[in-house]
Design a protein around this ligand. Structure first.
Ligand SMILES: Cc1c2[nH]c(c1CCC(=O)O)Cc1[nH]c(c(CCC(=O)O)c1C)Cc1[nH]c(c(CCC(=O)O)c1C)Cc1[nH]c(c(C)c1CCC(=O)O)C2
Length: 361
């Protein structure tokens, strides 16, 4: 590692300045440079299906675990050791920055984030104060430990995008139809715009903390934005997501943008400012590339449920993904959404090996 100067003028020692990390297949693919093999990582690879994860998490609540740097380091490293994936993703959750600024919330096992007092009025907005690095000291500490341990393997930082965070905050928890969220978006456009703008500020600040600490790429999860039509996305969401990407642009680290059911939004999600667009399994990657347009890498997109089929079927479906990606300038292999809790970890390890073998150049 060597010292470099961050856009804020501070001297930092980060993984972004590590030549071996910069030469990794993952970062090369993000930059659309030639790679020795197609890089692979899995959304939600940390935790969930790994017995060693369940063991270290025993008796520790999800949100508490996110604030324990040594535990975060161990959990983040587990899938790298086991599966030999090409990148690590920082173990945390999209609601951590909200908790850090004082929003009363919890992550309920089997349910997801639950907000004690939802954000529904202009007065409620005042509870969404700015986030500073001092609010999340455990993030800086854990990422420092991680980049030292990871060596050449890049660390991906992440955050929830304004729409997906707003949905949890307005609904008060997980939602199938996002009724209250859309009611605010259509019924009080100014309040909605102010809410997502506030969330963009917080999210941008949270990603900056992760990059300053040593993350070499960031992913913005807009998991539930596929619920919107393109015109509504363009008007009510794109400006806020673009603000997040603009906030981290000066660092020059690759920015990945992902959502589920976003086939009709892929072009707009690229326009919001991503360098890499994540694609779920519903759109083949060659078609996704046409929708996104030139100048961006793609990430995806094996249907996670395929991992429950026998190995020959997994390999056949993986081959389809690789064939569709053959003409792309930059491809990062991933699932079309996250690892599921009851997935066989060995199937994931075999999948990494298979993609590496099939794409060795
Ligand atoms: C929508 C969303 C959330 N959190 C996240 C998203 C976006 C990704 C996506 O679309 O899947 C992102 C997330 N959450 C978690 C990570 C860490 C990295 C990783 O797992 O690889 C990441 C990247 C840990 C977690 N976040 C959560 C767990 C499981 C809880 C536990 O292990 O106790 C983990 C490992 C909890 C959580 N948190 C959230 C949900 C829907 C859940 C699942 C609830 C459940 O089914 O139990 C909100």
């Amino acid at each position: 590692m060597s010292a470099n100067t961050s856009p804020t003028g501070q001297q930092t020692t980060t993984a972004t300045s590590n030549d071996a990390t910069q030469d990794s297949a993952f970062l090369k693919a993000c930059r659309r440079e030639p790679v020795p093999h197609t890089p692979v990582w899995f959304m939600r690879q940390a935790g969930r299906s790994l017995p060693e994860y369940l063991k270290v998490r025993e008796g520790i609540a999800m949100l508490d675990s996110c604030m324990m740097p040594e535990l975060v380091t161990e959990i983040t490293l587990q899938p790298v050791r086991r599966h030999k994936v090409d990148a690590a993703i920082y173990f945390s959750d999209i609601v951590v920055p909200l908790k850090a600024i004082g929003i009363d919330l919890d992550i309920k096992p089997g349910v997801g984030p639950v907000i004690a007092e939802p954000i529904r009025t202009r007065a409620d907005l005042a509870r969404l104060r700015d986030l500073t690095p001092e609010d999340v000291p455990y993030v800086t500490e854990a990422i420092g430990m991680l980049t030292a341990e990871l060596g050449a393997t890049p660390l991906i930082g992440f955050a929830g995008a304004p729409f997906t965070l707003a949905s949890y905050l307005v609904e008060g928890g997980p939602s199938r139809n996002h009724e209250r969220t859309k009611a605010m978006m259509y019924g009080d456009p100014q309040l909605w715009a102010d809410l997502v703008d506030r969330l963009a500020e917080i999210t941008g600040a949270f990603l900056k903390v992760q990059i300053e600490a040593g993350a070499s790429a960031v992913q913005l999860f807009d998991s539930w934005v596929g619920a919107l039509a393109p015109a509504d996305y363009r008007r009510a969401v794109l400006p806020a997501s673009a603000k997040v990407f603009d906030a981290v642009a000066p660092y020059g680290v690759p920015r990945i943008h992902f959502g589920v059911g976003t086939g009709e939004l892929l072009g707009l999600m690229g326009e919001a400012g991503a360098d890499v667009v994540g694609v779920d399994w519903r759109v083949p990657l060659d078609e996704a590339a046409r929708r996104v347009g030139p100048g961006k890498a793609l990430q995806g997109n094996l249907d996670p449920a395929v991992l429950f089929a026998p190995t020959p079927a997994v390999e056949a479906k993986t081959r389809e993904v690789l064939d569709a990606a053959a003409g792309l300038e930059g491809h990062i292999f991933n699932l079309g959404h996250g690892v599921m809790p009851n997935m066989d970890p060995d199937a994931l390890t075999r999948l990494v090996q298979y993609v590496h073998e099939q794409t060795a150049r």
